[in-house]
Design a protein around this ligand. Structure first.
Ligand SMILES: *Cc1c(COP(=O)(O)O)cnc(C)c1O
Length: 401
């Protein structure tokens, strides 16, 4: 999207506001599809938790995507967006069995990551096909909050527990139709991914009635200049040929699934804010914007870097700023950041604001969650209104003292 289009949106709809460029979502979707073009039964399941707006889900449904969901509410959002339940996979962790039962009654593909739950579910519903989430114990990179494949991780069934898993499957006569891994966000190294895939292939051989193998996600996208990103094209070449060979050995053409969130939508998103004030202190210059970690948590939660553009003065002399919010809490978006000179009322845009940004927003300090815009057909379409005071109090039960 062009700067002028973003400025117009900020003028027309106000700030703070999230904007998603549907052309970028589409090009990322087809980039992944093309990388695996030799695989005819490829399924790209968008990870709803990255950005769960129903209009975005509908857009992805039209492209041919399926969904990866982690709660029954995300399943409901997918159904509301018109997805065929067969194209929704449910990969929760730490939930109770009733939530799994609810999803399976809606014909959603269940993915189980816990032996105790597997045994309970298999004993009760031996005819309901189930996918299993394996933890291959491969570190995919990234920090500890977003790596989920290591030995102490709570995610998945350890690869070392396969004998126990097989015993449950044999005893209950349940059907395993898929095998899954998700080694966490931020895969830097293709070889790490391929090593984990080999572990998954060797586990897959133990199950005779598979229909698909799900390689999860964790593809890395660049957040700043010089960042490494997953070379999807190279991964596509290497994994496709290995997958095709595996299917020959296995004696059946399986479907290949991925479930990217970040890869599809991170770079499509912009978060637009306005500068409330400039504050000089003894040590720095603060640019204080009309937002905080209530709207964009990633810099404070993960130490994530989001590039910041000054849309109002893109060619100005660069100076060093600490960009902070208006929340009564330390909410630093960036410190010692070189940005073209900022004045009060300037519009600052955060890049890579598509994934895990709006979806992690909250009402701290009783602020409203922002509006969302989908840029589609060269037009700004409002896909979520900003909250108002009624949203803050609608569930409060006010006592009459
Ligand atoms: C979050 C999640 C994803 C998506 O991860 P990204 O890093 O956004 O691509 C995929 N699968 C599962 C099971 C997840 O929990």
């Amino acid at each position: 999207m062009k700067n002028i289009e973003l400025i117009n949106i900020a003028e027309q709809f106000g700030t703070p506001i999230y904007v998603y460029d549907s052309d970028k979502i589409k090009s990322q979707f087809f980039r992944l599809k093309n990388a695996f073009k030799s695989i005819h039964n490829l399924r790209i399941n968008y990870a709803v938790k990255a950005s769960p707006n129903i209009s975005i889900l509908k857009f992805l449904n039209n492209l041919g995507a399926g969904l990866d969901t982690v709660s029954i509410q995300e399943v409901e959002l997918g159904l509301k967006a018109g997805f065929n339940p067969k194209k929704i996979i449910f990969t929760p962790n730490g939930i109770n069995i009733e939530e799994l039962e609810e999803a399976s009654k809606k014909n959603i593909q269940i993915n189980i990551d816990n032996l105790s739950v597997l045994e309970q579910f298999g004993s009760k519903y031996p005819d309901c096909p189930v996918c299993i989430r394996i933890n291959p114990h491969i570190m995919a990179g990234g920090n500890n909050n977003i790596s989920v494949g290591h030995i102490d991780s709570k995610f998945g069934i350890s690869i070392h527990q396969i004998p126990h898993l097989l015993r449950i499957v044999n005893n209950t006569k349940m059907k395993i139709n898929g095998i899954h891994m998700h080694t966490g966000s931020d895969i830097l190294d293709i070889d790490v991914f391929l090593n984990a895939s080999e572990i998954l292939f060797s586990a897959a051989k133990e199950f005779k009635n598979l229909e698909f193998i799900d390689f999860g996600s964790g593809f890395k996208v660049p957040y700043k200049k010089g960042d490494l990103e997953t070379n999807i094209e190279e991964l596509g070449k290497k994994l496709s040929s290995r997958f095709t060979d595996f299917c020959k050995d296995y004696g059946k053409k399986l479907d290949l699934y991925f479930e990217p969130g970040k890869f599809l939508i991170s770079e499509a998103g912009f978060f637009l804010t306005r500068v409330n004030s400039i504050k000089q202190t003894t040590s720095t210059v603060f640019a204080q914007i009309n937002s905080g970690f209530n709207h964009l948590l990633r810099p404070m939660f993960y130490g994530s870097y989001h590039e910041i553009l000054n849309l109002s003065n893109p060619k100005g002399n660069e100076r060093f700023y600490s960009v902070v919010g208006y929340i009564c809490e330390t909410d630093t978006f960036a410190s010692n950041r070189k940005i073209p000179e900022i004045k009060e009322n300037d519009i600052l845009a955060f890049k890579n604001a598509g994934a895990y940004c709006y979806s992690m927003s909250n009402n701290y300090n009783s602020r409203y969650r922002p509006a969302e815009i989908l840029w589609y057909n060269n037009k700004a379409n409002l896909i979520r209104k900003q909250e108002d005071f009624n949203d803050l109090i609608s569930n409060q039960v006010i006592l009459n003292f």
